[in-house]
Write a protein that binds this ligand. Structure first.
Ligand code: KG4
Ligand code: ZN
Length: 367
């Protein structure tokens, strides 16, 4: 059972081929990715129209590359999965349009995948795949959520951010330090040279008693600290120049301190979710899951609590086609794909730019 997966929800075009035969753990056969980071860097963030146009340019050559890597002809593909949402509408339409066209040409079904389902199942492609049930910490540029995962399509929201996502907190703090876009990896690199105890940034909602997050206050705290250090005038808007007067060491100390605040909240809430559910497995997924500090601290907290922690392979933490092909394949294996949709009615260019994961109610088993 060969599933082609297409990801185009934001600023990465990814196409991959996964073998999801029988009851076996799916295997990645081919994986091609193009990141638009360089193109958007000049604008300090993702420009949706440019993103859509670039997806159009990249998606077919990447499809050829993924199939060539797998050594498999297009005609052998059994189903085409694509990111149906959430994400940028125009960008999603590219993946959905191409998936529907390929599905129609092949006479095979298309599977609309939830982007976050792709992230949270992505550790199943790792050398140490998890087993259901588990708690999932989903931390990306747009989402911070704790979920209880009982199986494919069986997701219960335990807590989520009430404002900014963890990745956004990394990105906005990095911007205030003049680190450009995307800020997370750059801030983490700079933090290596800094002192995490140099500045005491807030740990929002740490003691709220629930599993929700809030990161919006952090960027204000970072801005205040940067201004204080730069003796900047308090009446100007936050600009990239604000951090210029800071020494490299000051910037590194701010980076390390803000990273420590974000990581502490994520670790404490994840461990609270594990305690609350009584589950012994934690899966960490999404771009922020690549953060080394987060991995180290979750690793020790989980070891102390006797909890197994699973991550996707590092290159599958950020957006990619493999996780979409995988989620499509696992949906097929779970009997959640309607094969009768391999007809004209099934190719409906359907995207959902806003789509809460909890809305993925367990559908009726169709085959
Ligand atoms: O999952 P992802 O690729 O895209 C979304 O679905 O949002 O996540 C991107 C986010 C960005 O905010 C980026 O700054 C953050 O993940 N990120 C990191 C690291 N690598 C990526 N944040 C902290 N440390 C990292 N090493
Ligand atoms: Zn993502």
């Amino acid at each position: 059972m060969l599933i082609l997966g297409i990801e185009s929800s934001c600023d990465e075009t990814g196409v991959a081929l996964v073998d999801a035969s029988g009851g076996r753990t799916p295997r990645l056969l081919g994986d091609a990715l193009h990141s638009q980071i360089e193109m958007h860097r000049a604008f300090g963030g993702v420009v949706p129209e440019l993103a859509s146009r670039d997806h159009i340019r990249r998606v077919l050559p990447l499809t050829d590359a993924a199939l060539a890597q797998a050594g498999v002809p297009l005609s052998a593909v059994d189903a085409v999965a694509y990111t149906r949402g959430p994400g940028l509408a125009g960008a999603l339409l590219v993946g959905s349009g191409v998936a529907c066209a390929l599905g129609f040409a092949l006479g095979k079904p298309v599977i609309g995948v939830h982007h976050l389902e792709g992230h949270l199942l992505s550790p199943f492609l790792s050398a140490d795949p998890p087993e259901f049930p588990f708690v999932a910490l989903l931390v990306s540029g747009g989402h911070s959520q704790l979920m209880r995962v009982d199986g494919v399509g069986r997701y219960t929201l335990l807590g989520e951010t009430i404002d900014d996502a963890a990745g956004e907190a990394f990105d906005k703090s990095a911007k205030l330090l003049g680190l450009g876009y995307p800020g997370g990896p750059a801030l983490a690199r700079l933090a290596l040279q800094g002192d995490p105890l140099a500045y005491k940034f807030p740990r929002p909602l740490l003691h709220s008693g629930d599993l929700d997050f809030s990161f919006a206050g952090l960027k204000t705290a970072v801005l205040t600290q940067v201004k204080r250090l730069a003796h900047a005038r308090l009446d100007g808007p936050a600009t990239l120049h604000l951090a210029d007067p800071l020494t490299l060491q000051q910037k590194a100390d701010v980076a390390a301190s803000v990273q420590a605040a974000i990581v502490e909240v994520l670790v404490r809430k994840s461990m609270a979710a594990v305690r609350q559910t009584g589950l012994r497995r934690l899966v960490v997924a999404g771009g922020v899951g690549a953060n080394t500090q987060l991995r180290e601290q979750l690793g020790s907290a989980c070891a102390r609590a006797g909890v197994r922690v699973h991550y996707p392979e590092l290159h599958l933490c950020t957006d990619n086609g493999a996780m979409i092909a995988l989620a499509g394949g696992m949906r097929v294996q779970a009997g959640l794909v309607d094969w009768s949709l391999a007809g004209a009615a099934g190719y409906s260019f359907d995207v959902k730019p806003r789509w809460p994961l909890a809305e993925l109610a367990p559908p009726a088993v169709l085959v």
